[in-house]
Write a protein that binds this ligand. Sequence first.
Ligand SMILES: *Cc1c(COP(=O)(O)O)cnc(C)c1O
Length: 470
Amino acid sequence: MHLSAFDPPADELEQLLAAAGELITELIAGMPDDDVLGHPRGDELIASLLDTVPGAPAPLDEALATLRAVLATGDHSTAPGELAYIPGSGLVASAVGELIAQVANRYTGLPGFAPAALALEASVLRWLTATFGLPERAQAVLTSGGSMANLAALVAARDRYAPDAPHLATVYVGAHAHASVRKAARIAGIRGDHVRVCPTGDGLRMDPEAVRVAIKQDLADGLQPIAVVAAAGTTNAGAIDPLPALADLAAQCGVWFHVDAAYGGFFRLTQRGRARLAGIERADSITLDPHKSLFLPFGTGALIVRDRDDLTRAFGEDADYLRDQHDPVADELPDLGSLTPELTRPWRGLRLWLPLHLHGVDAFRVALDEALDLAAQACTDLRDDPSIELVGSPDLSIVTFRGPGGDREQDALLAAVNADGHVRLSSTVIDGRVVLRLAVLSHRTTAAEVDLAVARIRAAAALSEPDGWR
Ligand SMILES: *Cc1c(COP(=O)(O)O)cnc(C)c1O
């Protein structure tokens, strides 16, 4: 039997996998004690990497040494003290599933090629639509991330409500909508100044009345409102827009209701999250990011659309060279090439399927519940401190606050908290003021890291009180 020069013989392959396994084992074992920050930037390494052109084959040991050197540098967002931005953690079971999927390299862009492989992915897609309470006609698809899911949703909304006049289409977002929504609108041919940023009622959440007024005005001006985009929750503060009222409004105005739940969506698995996300099941489409609130490695988002015909209208195409690929047996399977902008795609299903099967859904429920508990505890502890001002109160697992002083003092506070690298917080701007954020979302984060962060915050805030330096 002839092996391609690229397919190593069994003993070499075993060696390769063993070496990779050793490195992965090392990484995972080191994570609980790892720091987020404080690793070398790797200036020399960067320079030498940029200078290296691939050429003659090099031994495995050399490649592994380079990898180990790279992995010792930069921010380690897999560390349990990662409380900045929207933490992503990376499930090893998902990575192993991905390795298998990539080696098998089954073709899932069309339903006829590897129907069972596609059925495995479809089982996860059905779980997604059922979890979010959408009907049978709904269709979930996996994307590379939340930005692509938002893009596909806006294209579908445009093609339903303004197929021939994208220049007249208007979209309504909250002041804290993720930048990817504006980007999606622009890519979809919607004018930047037709993305209406509607005022927030309480500083953090969209005010449905403001949206109603804006839609009315646009209709009077001859424009074509196509979509209301709610956040559940916002990247800034984890705030959930008033979904039931916005769903009512979208229905009354005859526009698409999109919920960007890239950060917060999977909290629906928990009892508290389910209550707080009530109304999400009325969406025309929902953006999710399994690489955020399902702890997957970066590269997996999801979109659920209430009526799969909307996706087919937006993304369906025929091609002569695919004429022999109409498999009636595969009719119950999704034709992903006609439901998404992609044709050839990685077999993404395994990334979710393997962790869900190995850990069970309950493990995710428990981990997300713990994130809610930890954020609530941090909120209580910070509220107890008179030198700290909470900004809003958390709907999910992000706590936003300010220490004493102005914006410059907030930057200094952040630097002090992050100084030794055990924990990392980040900042944002809310209502024109710099605000610090503590976001709990990594499955590795425990009470130890959150308590440490709170202690650092309180100590640094006490020092920055006007009389704290005496
Ligand atoms: C992260 C995020 C996005 C963008 O998702 P990516 O996976 O980074 O492309 C969109 N919306 C919200 C609310 C987010 O938090």
